[in-house]
Ligand binder design. Structure first.
Ligand SMILES: NC(=O)c1ccc[n+]([C@@H]2O[C@H](COP(=O)([O-])OP(=O)(O)OC[C@H]3O[C@@H](n4cnc5c(N)ncnc54)[C@H](O)[C@@H]3O)[C@@H](O)[C@H]2O)c1
Length: 283
């Protein structure tokens, strides 16, 4: 309940999905939360839900594509709540209808993706870090994606800009580690948020589930718990890292599923038998 007590946390994109879940969880852990989003009503709704649950939150309208707007968000945070001690640069994404393969992609969408994912993250850090230095330290949590780690048949811009977020994270961790500022990134896999449901046909959602080692997709809270860990002092020795939270989508060999056929049936020997079938574990 108190893992983030006495901290002010700013979360962009907190009006919806993962960002909203992170705002609610950080509040439940004792943080004062700045709920920042360009959808003013969504930000107000998240802040109201936090306040109704007994937390302390402030809604701020921000457009992370605009530097003045980011500066205003940090200014309002400093004025009203102090800090910020934690900054989550969470807004990001691309339009999958325009972000296609190399030859058919829309260059305007690439430029927008750089602004929404990379420039916004860089500017959030640039405006927050001087205050974190003054406060004696802080924790920045950037949102990358598993798309930063693997090649894909489509969304070429998305993978590239999320990979840039990962490197930006390492440079910031390197440059401001001496000021006790930690900077880490999370790489969510497929998480059922409004954005995902809006953008992907159900057949693709099914294939995402099939691609996980675990037999289910993520919920916003699954990522939010990782963000709380990175924002809190529990991760005080962890910086410049990418925490992959993807249900095992990217860690396993792509031929693992096919290789199951090489295993003997469970009845042929020890191991992999369910408790109600007798043996539990291999000797
Ligand atoms: N959902 C997934 O499966 C998934 C997977 C990997 C990475 N991510 C990343 O997680 C982050 C959020 O994704 P989500 O699924 O929670 O999205 P979402 O659409 O549910 O929420 C995004 C929020 O950002 C706000 N927003 C959009 N543009 C903005 C702007 N210019 N300024 C301020 N606010 C803005 C929206 O109003 C919305 O409230 C993104 O960085 C995305 O790339 C999501």
């Amino acid at each position: 309940m108190n893992r983030m007590r006495d901290k002010t946390a700013v979360i962009t994109g907190a009006g919806s999905g993962i960002g909203r879940a992170a705002a609610e969880l950080m509040s439940a852990e004792g943080a004062r939360v700045v709920v920042a989003d360009h959808d003013a009503r969504a930000a107000e709704e998240t802040a109201a839900a936090i306040t109704a649950a007994g937390g302390v939150a402030m809604a701020v309208t921000v457009d992370v594509m605009n530097e003045d707007s980011i500066a205003d968000m940090i200014g309002a945070t400093v004025r009203e709540f102090g800090g910020p001690h934690v900054l989550c640069n969470h807004v990001g994404g691309t339009d999958p209808r325009a972000d296609l393969d190399l030859l058919r992609m829309d260059m305007a969408e690439f430029d927008r993706a750089v602004g929404l994912n990379v420039r916004s993250t860089l500017l959030g850090c640039r405006h927050a870090i001087p205050h974190m230095i003054r406060a004696g330290g802080g924790s920045i949590v950037n949102t990358a994606s598993v798309a930063a780690l693997v090649g894909d048949v489509t969304q070429i811009s998305y993978g590239a800009v999320k990979a840039a977020v990962v490197n930006l994270t390492k440079s910031i961790a390197t440059q401001y580690g001496p000021d006790r500022i930690r900077c880490n990134a999370i790489a969510p896999g497929a998480v059922m948020t409004p954005a995902l449901e809006r953008n992907l046909p159900s057949s693709v959602v099914d294939s995402l589930r099939d691609g996980n080692a675990l037999p289910y997709l993520g919920a916003p809270e699954d990522i939010a718990h990782a963000m709380v860990f990175l924002g809190s002092d529990e991760s005080r020795y962890l910086t410049g890292q990418l925490l992959v939270v993807d249900g095992g989508m990217t860690m396993r060999s792509p031929i693992a599923a096919g290789r199951r056929a090489m295993l003997p049936p469970a009845s042929d020997g020890p191991g992999h038998q369910l408790p109600d079938q007798g043996t539990l574990l291999v000797e």
